[in-house]
Ligand binder design. Structure first.
Ligand SMILES: Cc1cc2nc3c(=O)[nH]c(=O)nc-3n(C[C@H](O)[C@H](O)[C@H](O)COP(=O)(O)OP(=O)(O)OC[C@H]3O[C@@H](n4cnc5c(N)ncnc54)[C@H](O)[C@@H]3O)c2cc1C
Length: 507
């Protein structure tokens, strides 16, 4: 079946959904829910998957975009979580989304604040992380091993570092997503290609083991979706649909810097947080040239907002940590944007930074299966476990999960033949990095209408906005600027791109 999502398909499938009894209803289209929809549909089950807002509206778009090998968890003795992370990283890098996940180098600058003993301990950790890579059978050609490099080489990879007292750096590698929201879009579209009905702007008002009462957020009309089994994948909002669940969210804030703010930064940075033995701030260069700096971990009380805000104290904290390694310190005026996300952690004792990042499956009295916790890296495993549980619960006729070897939309060689001549002059690598095998089809749009090759902020072209409307389920300017592209992370860029986004919706 076709993987294209758009307004026409949504309307058609929404009308059909009211008359059906599907095998699996998935509520929430973040990485976990979109992954569950794909897992179930690719086992041959009939699936409807709904989100109150849009694909990747929740925590899945506020991550650090790392597909990590679980070193952090190893350091805490959580060997199972660490191993699971490393295996899932390998699955994404090798089989399911090699166009969306890349190896990223990180430097830990050896400044006077990092003692020789501490550097040796960190290097031992990196070597253990490399052992996890080997145990997960991810080849070194995809993810090189760690090494110690000289100060000169460190400065050539990260020019903004202060050279004063720099003894060198520890170089390590991990996985990184081109963009987290794009992973979710690829999952949802791949699920759609297996027949799943992907319905955004549909809010579950009430859940039971045999379906949900749903409100179409575009029209306000309410209706029922009947289902043999139900998966609640609403992340940090899960407790709103199952009152027996207790969440203890923790906020993570990132800063967004413009490309010109830290010129010459070719590697990410692990920056030790003063006073903490095992926590590092992350400096994360992005494919569009912007740099993200994260990340805080603060427990949050009270109602869960739709879009969390980054408080000024988080911004000041991250700037202080970043400035501890820079040659020329940055000020608040250098921060072009901020974003914050809430980790969907289950309530348990202890500080949120220490709560287990393992995922959990909880079955409600009415038979709804909630899948929560975990992380982006392990979405596939979470989805597999949730679908295994509902298959057993509903005695559904389905085999085991196939997703460990199931390529997502865009995986595969670029079909250049479709592209036509590259009259648009748009860097083919950039498009390939975002669209994989579909890059040629995006470029073909520009060949048809050269006006679509015009860039909007961050180098995104108008053709990509039109593509998002036709094939990626974008229904409004928010979907286009805040999720299909991440232009909106910098408010000034968002304002500049608004006319192009409006034009794409009616192109
Ligand atoms: C700051 C931060 C950084 C992180 N960095 C990383 C990282 O680098 N690597 C990593 O592996 N993990 C990372 N994580 C963890 C990871 O982002 C999350 O664990 C993961 O994204 C959770 O996905 P989810 O699908 O479970 O939830 P979400 O993405 O929150 O999806 C839930 C969806 O449910 C929808 N919804 C809510 N209520 C309803 C309703 N009533 N009806 C219908 N739909 C509803 C929402 O709109 C939302 O789209 C990070 C987390 C944070 C907070």
């Amino acid at each position: 079946m076709n993987s294209s999502l758009n307004a026409a398909r949504r309307s058609r499938e929404l009308a059909e959904a009211a008359d059906l009894v599907v095998d699996v209803l998935v509520v929430g289209l973040g990485a976990t829910g979109a992954g569950a929809a794909l897992d179930a549909a690719s086992r041959g089950l009939s699936v409807a998957a709904i989100d109150a807002h849009d694909l990747a509206f929740g925590t899945s778009r506020w991550s650090s975009k790392m597909i990590h090998g679980g070193l952090r968890y190893l350091a805490k003795g959580q060997v199972k979580v660490a191993h699971e992370s490393a295996v899932e990283r390998g699955v994404l890098l090798r089989h399911t989304a090699p166009h969306l996940v890349r190896a990223q180098p990180y430097l830990l600058p050896l400044t006077p604040a990092v003692s020789g003993g501490r550097a040796a301990t960190v290097m031992t950790g990196y070597r253990l992380g490399d052992g996890l890579r080997m145990a997960a059978r991810t080849p070194r050609r995809l993810l090189p091993g760690p090494s110690r490099i000289s100060a000169g080489r460190a400065l050539s990879l990260a020019a903004p570092l202060s050279p004063h007292g720099l003894r060198g750096a520890l170089l390590s590698w991990d996985g990184r997503l081109v963009d987290d929201a794009r992973l979710v879009v690829a999952l949802a579209r791949t699920a759609a290609s297996w027949g799943a009905r992907i319905l955004t702007r549909c809010r579950a008002l009430e859940l039971a083991g045999d379906g949900a009462r749903v409100r179409d957020e575009l029209t306000g009309s309410t209706f029922a979706i009947r289902a043999r089994t139900v998966v609640n994948a609403t992340g940090v909002w899960a407790a709103q649909l199952d009152p027996d669940i207790r969440m203890r969210p923790s906020r993570g804030t990132h800063l967004v810097l413009r490309p010109e703010t830290l010129p010459g930064l070719r590697a990410g940075l692990h920056v030790p947080i003063p006073g903490e033995s095992n926590r590092f701030a992350l400096v994360l260069p992005q494919p569009d040239g912007r740099v993200y700096v994260g990340l805080t971990d603060e427990p949050v009380e009270g109602p869960v907002p739709d879009v969390p805000q980054a408080p000024e104290e988080d911004v000041a904290f991250l700037l202080d940590v970043l400035n501890s390694v820079l040659g020329v310190p940055l000020g608040r005026q250098d921060v072009a944007g901020t974003y914050a996300g809430l980790r969907p952690l289950l309530a348990a004792g202890g500080r949120t930074a220490d709560l287990s990042r393992e995922h959990a499956l909880l079955t409600s009295r009415s038979g709804v299966v909630t899948v929560v916790g975990g992380k982006l890296t392990t979405y596939r495993r979470m989805a597999e476990d949730a679908v295994d549980r509902v298959v057993a619960l509903g005695r559904l006729d389905a085999g085991g999960s196939r997703t460990a070897r199931l390529p997502l939309v865009g995986t595969g060689p670029a079909r250049e033949a479709e592209a036509g001549p590259d009259r648009a002059g748009v860097a083919p690598d950039r498009l390939r990095g975002r669209y994989g095998s579909e890059a040629g089809a995006v470029r073909a749009l520009m060949a048809e209408d050269p006006a679509l090759a015009e860039p909007v902020p961050t180098g995104i072209t108008r053709a990509e906005l039109v593509w998002a409307v036709r094939h990626e389920g974008a229904l409004d300017v928010g979907d286009l600027l805040d999720r299909r592209t991440r232009i909106g992370l910098v408010p000034g860029d968002r304002a500049a791109a608004l006319p192009a986004a409006r034009a794409a919706l009616t192109y």
